[in-house]
Design a protein around this ligand. Structure first.
Ligand code: KE4
Length: 433
């Protein structure tokens, strides 16, 4: 059944006249999965409706923030109460302290944190802090890792750059990325060799503790501990970019899951309950270097915005009940097993990578453990799969190099819906129709 998307098409043509690529973020453009972006009318619970009235089970969740689904009652109530008192003051509020205290309780390696308005801002600021604290300039990141669009990190990045095949963005002078070293993810030997040769000039290693921007790629058991040991030994800093994994895989984030402590952590997405937010935090001795208590400058008109903070507090309060994650894990497990069995029945080689309620499918018969193995998967088959799943009412992130998400608004029967839709989509692909 082909989708009727006339209104989306009209809006896309109109958008193209005034917005680059018709979208306000490249990965929304459906460039790598074909077709035009769907314009969304509304979201409710586990579902999205596009402007043509088509309903989808939302497995994109706005790229991660919506772990509770769309407009959860707790967030709506918090926002309607908060907005009556104003939207922003450019001055401190009590609820900013409350959110900061909640984060430091959930993630004890974060002794102090600064709220900003996006993950990009959080990462940019954390790296500036790391360079100031160590008086070094080299930064290590990993191929396929995406940490926002600040200049010095746009080298061999994941997410939209990977999807569009842009290894390094135009407009970033070579001098800016000269101090950015990019290594293969999950490859301990290569990191060890770099630290043997150059460890004392490295300010920080930044890593997605569970990669989400090459698709979902969990860390190998020795990877994160090795990064911790190597940075400790050379007085470099370890930065966990938990913009996706923070509050996604548990209230303690990936660092609690893998028992590896970071010196600095960046957060975003879920922390704002669907409103614009970012945060960076960590050891107090480091954070006290941030202006006005120290010489590292960072600022923001809407940092700690009361509406985003209120939505974040309401979200974290719901997530403080462990049963939420237990249910997400059960659904994730049911989905992973169902998708794997369905692919076998359809004789379609598929790898399902999953951690909790974040998952990705790769069309390949080989394990996907880093960016080069992710790129070896059949992205043309992923595009056909994505289109078929849309026709069957399942909205996956429109890119192979992204992670799909389950939300607590979903049910076991939604998992059955995804599995059944996937099975017939796999069969369609297997028949190479
Ligand atoms: P934002 O500036 O988009 O809030 O966060 C940047 C960022 C930082 N770190 C990680 C691990 C991230 O995943 C992101 C942003 N994620 C992408 C998709 N995976 C956002 C979607 C988009 O670019 O439109």
């Amino acid at each position: 059944m082909t989708l009727s998307t006339q209104k989306s098409k009209m809006l896309f043509e109109r958008a193209l006249r005034v917005i680059p690529g018709g979208v306000n973020s490249p990965v929304r453009a459906f460039k790598t999965v074909g077709g035009d972006p769907l314009f969304i009318e509304r979201g409710e619970g586990a579902y999205l409706w596009d402007v043509d009235g088509n309903r989808y089970l939302d497995c994109c969740g706005s790229w991660g923030p919506l772990i509770l689904g769309h407009s959860p009652s707790e967030v709506v109530a918090a926002l309607s109460e908060r907005i009556e008192n104003g939207t922003t003051f450019g001055a401190p509020t009590e609820i900013e302290i409350e959110l900061a205290e909640m984060v430091t309780r959930f993630m004890p390696t974060i002794q102090k944190l600064r709220l900003v308005s996006s993950g990009t801002e959080a990462v940019m600021s954390a790296l500036r802090l790391a360079r100031a604290a160590t008086n070094r300039s080299k930064i290590v990141k990993f191929e396929g890792g995406y940490h926002g669009h600040s200049d010095h990190l746009l080298s061999k990045a994941g997410s939209g750059l990977a999807s569009l095949g842009i290894p390094n963005s135009a407009g970033v002078p070579a001098a800016i990325t000269a101090d950015t070293i990019t290594l293969p993810y999950n490859d301990v030997q290569t990191v060890e060799a770099l630290f043997r040769a150059d460890g004392n000039s490295i300010a920080a290693v930044i890593v997605e503790p569970i990669a989400g921007n090459m698709g979902c790629v969990p860390p190998k058991p020795d990877f994160l501990p090795a990064l911790r040991q190597l940075t400790e030994r050379t007085h470099s800093l370890l930065i966990f970019d938990e913009v996706i994994t923070g509050f996604r895989v548990g209230t303690g984030g990936a660092q609690a899951l893998y028992h590896v402590s970071a010196d600095l952590t960046t957060l975003g997405k879920i922390l704002g309950g669907g409103l614009p937010i970012g945060a960076y935090g960590g050891r107090a001795d480091l954070m006290d270097l941030i202006a006005p208590s120290g010489p590292v400058y960072q600022a923001g008109t809407l940092s700690g915005n009361p509406l985003a903070v209120a939505a974040g507090i309401a979200t974290l309060k719901v997530l403080s009940d462990p049963k939420v994650y237990e249910r997400l894990e059960r659904m994730g497990n049911q989905l992973e097993a169902g998708l794997t069995a369905a692919a076998e029945r359809a004789e379609t080689p598929v790898q399902v990578n999953r951690m909790g309620s974040m998952f990705s499918l790769f069309f390949t018969n080989r394990a996907v453990t880093d960016y080069s193995s992710a790129k070896r998967s059949n992205t043309a088959e992923f595009a056909r799969f994505h289109r078929k799943m849309l026709e069957k009412g399942v909205y996956l992130p429109p890119s192979q190099f992204e992670t799909a998400f389950l939300s607590a608004a979903m049910t076991n029967s939604d998992m059955v819906h995804i599995i059944e839709a996937a099975e017939s989509s796999f069969q369609f692909i297997a028949r190479k129709e």
